[in-house]
Every structure is written in C-alpha cells, then in structure tokens.
Design a protein around this ligand. Structure first.
Ligand code: SF4
Length: 328
C-alpha cells in the first residue's frame, strides 16, 4: 500500500511552493476524473495530492479587451453552459458537450481537462512496455493494436494521442493557458502548451515543476457565426474521438477572411497549422479549397496498421466540418 498525503490548498502561493520545492511526486487535484483512475491502475503513484478546489479559480470573467477567462476549477459543464461561452464561443460549448458523460462533465475541471492523459490501452496496462509510463521500456502500441493512435507528429518512442475535445476547440480559438509558478505568472499559447512525444513522451506539457494552471484566456474573436465541432467516434456518446475537427470561418460573402482548423484524435496534442490556414485567406469558401486545405494539413500523416483508416477519415471530416461551418 502506498501512503499518500492529502492537503487542501489555502492559497495559490502556498500550493505552488509546496509542489515546486519537493522531490516528492505531487499532483494538484481538481475533479480528479482522470487522476483517480490513473491512481487506481497504479499508472500514477503520487506521494502527495493538493486539492485546489478551494482556491479562487472558480469563476468565468470578462477581460478588458472583450475576451473571457475561464477559471481553472470551473467545471466543464458550467463552462459549456455559461451564457457568454454559449453566445460568443459556441464552438467551445459544442466541443465540451461532445466529451465524456454529463456526470463526468459535472466533475471535470477546465485545468484538469488540459492535463488529462492519453487513453492508450498499453499506458494503462502496467504489465506492458510503455515509454510514457516507464521511460526506456518501449512502446507496445507500435507493434500492437493501434486503432486509436496517432497519424501525425508521432515518434518511434510513442504514438499516443491527446484525448481532450475541449483542447481542440481552444486550439482553433487561439486560447492562452494562464499559469502560476515559483518564478511568477506566465501565459502559454495553447498550441505550445502540449508537446509532441519525441524521445520524451512522459513530458506531455511545457509546464515547469510546481506550476499550476490558473485559467484559460479566450480572445475576443469567437467565430460565433460560422463554426463546427465534428467528432467521429465508435458510439454516439461517452467515447473518445477517432478523429475530431474544430472548424471556424470568418466570411465576407463567399470569401474567406479567416479560417481555423484544429484536429483531435490524431496526435499527441491538438493539431493545427496556422501557416497553412493563412494560404487560404482571401480564397473562395468552396469544397475544392477545403479539400486542398485538408490535403495540406495531413501531409506526412502515417498510419501504423490498425489506424490507417484515420488518414482518409480525417480528410473527409475536415471537409465536412468546414462545409457545416460555412453553411451555418
Ligand atoms: Fe505508451 Fe505511448 Fe506507446 Fe501508448 S503509444 S504504449 S502511451 S509509449
């Protein structure tokens, strides 16, 4: 039996100091919807849990420049149904409501959503090699059953995907993750928050030791006119994405003023290429151009056998999501 110490953080500073100044394995806990599962499977074996639910991080507030900050401990359900999120960022509401179950969304927090870990079967099975769980042990998925695994940005050390739907919409919306640590506060653009696996798949984010997510900032532009979140999965609810697409358009007639496409279920992080999107600005919003964008976005996509189907599926899902966004 492992001894685990549990404390309730009284303020952000003391929580950060505790987590940042020890060699022990410390985890912040909000809703615990993924962390407790990982502990039951003995995948995560923390020495200490710090409950952050009583910190002042449980509000959704407007910013001076017309954006919104989602507190880290606001639940996914309260975020999805918040008046301003529904009105100005419906893409985010849709993505959150496509995830998990109502019960889980009532417990899961915004910060925890970003910190959830892959659902690779071998990661959860401690009898199997897994570089993410035990660095240097190998990757059982490469030669194993890899239907749910990555087609983009993977490495010979790990082909896992990030499971979040919320993060995919946040990527399309150019959100920023607000964090606090011993060295102060900083803002991490969502596309730089999660990492590709490379040769250190156990390092999943660019958070420093002890840093705590305090909120997620959304810029003013929410693409509330033309958007779609399309999630392809094995059953209509309570399933992770095989492929998901967050699509957003700003149109002037049939001309594309701005376009965003972020993919989920295909990589170790939400997959988005702003440089490719820029090439399609000022072009006509048409199936032909959406297909061309999909082709570019999936350049270099590689299957590992069981997940080969994801490459054509992702192309079709991108085109369909953009078409739905355009026709909204
Ligand atoms: Fe582990 Fe990643 Fe390989 Fe899955 S894909 S077994 S998480 S190293």
């Amino acid at each position: 039996m492992n001894n685990i110490s549990f404390s309730k953080a009284q303020d952000i500073k003391s929580a950060i100091n505790t987590a940042g100044s020890t060699e022990k394995e410390v985890r912040y806990i909000g809703g615990g919807t993924n962390l407790l599962d990982l502990m039951k499977y003995r995948v995560e074996n923390p020495d200490q849990l710090i409950d952050i639910n009583h910190l002042d991080l449980s509000e959704i507030k407007s910013t001076d420049d017309g954006g919104l900050v989602l507190g880290a401990t606001v639940t996914n359900a309260d975020t999805a149904y918040h008046e301003k999120v529904e009105k100005n960022y419906p893409l985010l509401s849709e993505a959150i409501l496509a995830a998990a179950s109502a019960q889980l969304r009532n417990m899961a927090t915004n910060g925890g959503n970003l910190m959830q870990r892959t659902r690779c079967y071998y990661f959860y099975d401690t009898s199997m090699p897994c570089n993410k769980r035990l660095p240097g042990s190998g990757c059982a998925a490469l030669e194993g059953f890899n239907r749910i695994h990555a087609i983009l940005g993977a490495s010979e050390h790990c082909i896992a995907t990030h499971p979040s739907d919320m993060a995919v919409a946040l990527a399309a919306l150019d959100a920023t993750v607000l964090v606090s640590g011993k060295e102060g506060e900083r803002k991490i653009p969502i596309l730089e928050f999660h990492r590709l696996p490379g040769d250190t798949p156990h390092n999943e984010t660019n958070l420093k030791k002890g840093e705590l997510i305090t909120g997620i900032e959304l810029p003013k532009k929410g693409f509330s006119m033309h958007y779609a979140y399309l999630k392809v999965r094995d059953r209509p609810s309570y399933a992770f994405a095989l492929v998901s697409v967050a699509a957003a358009l700003e149109l002037e007639g049939d001309k594309i003023e701005d376009i965003r496409v972020a993919l989920g279920g295909v990589a170790h992080k939400p997959w988005r290429k702003p440089e490719i999107e820029k090439e399609f600005q000022q072009m006509t919003a048409s199936r032909e151009n959406f297909e061309a964008l999909a082709k570019k976005l999936l350049e270099g996509a590689t299957g590992y056998g069981d997940n080969d189907f994801k490459i054509p599926l992702a192309k079709k899902t991108i085109v369909r999501a953009l078409t739905e966004a355009m026709e909204k």
